[in-house]
Design a protein around this ligand. Structure first.
Ligand code: ZN
Length: 250
């Protein structure tokens, strides 16, 4: 299976699955026939959670996940289990139930959506492109090509982003054929187009009325779910490159 259910339904927290592969050299690496885990990417960290074996209820902590070619690999914490079976992964063919650490993931969805709102405001109001970004649950940073950024401007940006969030804009996910996606102006908002050349379909995230961009991450369905943000700092990373730090206010 190529993708995660997370790509189409960010609110899917758990799924029944079957183990299809266990890495023979590193037995903490497990592939399932389906998953709800986000494998990380686009500045959003991978999910964490739990794996339960249906047959005997044995459980494993899933410390992380990552993409490996067309598959999603779950990284189990094999040291964490009953003493008799520490170090053993589940077996190929086992039926399992996989569960996200939902509190963490939902916070990441709110954070990721907040950064798209920031990105949308900075692009619409100042025409600045994103050069990079990274997030943790509840906070993060985003870098822009934004020569004239100032403390005053950052305060205005914070206000504008909060005004956009509170009007409850719908957030839509779509998967478009490549040609259709590339016909959308400004879809690729990052300075460097990171999409692999051979890709046939492009997933887009739209904050209706504010922002539309190619993106692989997980987001909330409406900006009111984000709440309020606070800009916690900004820095110059050079004459042109500026960094904005932001967090969710709970
Ligand atoms: Zn994104």
């Amino acid at each position: 299976m190529a993708g995660s259910i997370a790509a189409v339904d960010a609110y899917a927290r758990s799924v029944e699955a079957r183990v299809v592969a266990v890495d023979p050299t590193d037995r903490s690496l497990v592939v399932l026939d389906r998953t709800v885990f986000y494998p990380g990417g686009g500045g959003q960290p991978a999910d964490r959670g739990m794996l339960f074996r249906t047959e005997d209820g044995r459980q494993w902590t899933v410390a992380s996940a990552r993409r490996a070619g067309s598959e999603i690999v779950h990284v189990l914490d094999l040291a964490d289990g009953e003493p008799s079976s520490v170090g053993d992964p589940p077996s190929v063919g086992d039926r399992v139930h996989i569960d996200l650490d939902w509190a963490r993931r939902h916070l990441l969805m709110r954070t990721h959506t907040a950064f798209h709102a920031l990105c949308g405001v900075v692009w619409r109001d100042y025409g600045a492109l994103v050069t990079g970004g990274n997030m943790e649950p509840g906070s993060g940073r985003m870098d822009f090509e934004f020569e004239r950024m100032s403390g005053e401007l950052v305060a205005t940006i914070e206000e504008t982003v909060n005004r956009e969030l509170v009007v409850a804009r719908e957030v839509r996910v779509a998967v478009l054929p490549r040609d259709e996606a590339f016909a959308i102006p400004d879809l690729i908002r990052t300075k460097v187009n990171l999409l692999p050349p051979g890709i046939e379909e492009i997933r887009t995230i739209e904050i209706v009325g504010l922002d539309l961009q190619a993106d692989g991450g997980t987001h909330v369905a409406n900006t009111r779910e984000v709440g309020t943000i606070r800009v916690t700092g900004y820095e110059s990373k050079g004459r042109i490159n500026k960094r904005i730090r932001m967090e969710l206010v709970d």
